[in-house]
Design a protein around this ligand. Sequence first.
Ligand code: FMN
Length: 333
Amino acid sequence: MSLATHYLGLSLKNPVVASAAPVNAQLDHLRRLEDAGAAAVVLPSLFQEQIEAEAALHDHLTNSAAYNSPEASDYFPPTAAGPYGVGPDAYLDLISSARAALSIPVIASLNGSSEAGWIEYAKLMQQAGADALELNMYFVPVDIALTGQSVEDRYVDIVSAARKATTIPLAVKLSPYLSSLGNLAQRLHKSGANGLVLFNRLLQPDIDPVTLRLVEGVHLSTRAEMPLPLFWIALLAGRTGASLAASTGVENADDVVKYLLAGADVVMTTSAVLRHGAGHVTGLIRDLETWMEARQFASVSDLRGLMSWKRSSHKERYGRPSYIKMLETGVVG
Ligand SMILES: Cc1cc2nc3c(=O)[nH]c(=O)nc-3n(C[C@H](O)[C@H](O)[C@H](O)COP(=O)(O)O)c2cc1C
């Protein structure tokens, strides 16, 4: 039986990839993920603000007036190393040591929201040994004057700049809150993205009705969050030329199977690994094999996309007719 797959042009031994998480900044954890069978690892993101803060500090120290980014310095005072305690230089070291320590592909991650000098950092990540780069587009259009077109153009500009700066494979991690994802996916692919990661989770603050304060925090995902990425993977599979990585809600091998049936090239997991430890990956792969054996699938490529929109003989079930039918049946489950 073959679990092998391709993602971003990389050959992977199986479709289970450890997605970005703070613990992926620890070499020991990365080794455990590899030992557990992960086919590739994504490092936690280095943030645009960190890179700009460092550039501002350098600028300040060298007394040049050319660079001015007070906002970035506010978020990341020059001594701060960003949310994961890994500054830009340490991040490059992390890439090099992960590359040296592991035999599976190491995917670096850059998180930003506007095209600017920081994207040049992609080149340094490539030089440090990253096998691929994931661009984590975390943009929140709080300015309600922004048009959907301008938001999408911004994404395309970032990808084009990253493509110019590097020759390694590029993935783009998106949020689901975009107006016409299929069209954007095509544009991103044409601009140089080799793959898409669907999706990152936008973290919205909650409101505490007692203290009247905003409550912020990262919650681990649950399987209840899977239908949205599952739907979009199924809708886009085989239609844009880009590889597809499924991200969100994977808890067990059934979830991996569902994403593969929808058309994912790889299935990523963060929350389940944070909950159960790196060894959880072993169970995902073993149970995927058991599932395939029981149904006599000889390879992952035999089952990939079987339930995608493209291969479906009931395409209407992905669209408006299905919505109306569901409401008509009145089944609330
Ligand atoms: C604590 C935590 C930190 C994360 N940090 C990053 C990050 O640095 N960059 C990134 O692209 N995604 C980050 N993510 C998102 C995950 O990589 C993943 O896309 C998301 O959690 C959905 O997958 P899951 O349901 O398997 O957790 C983070 C998620 C969690 C829970």
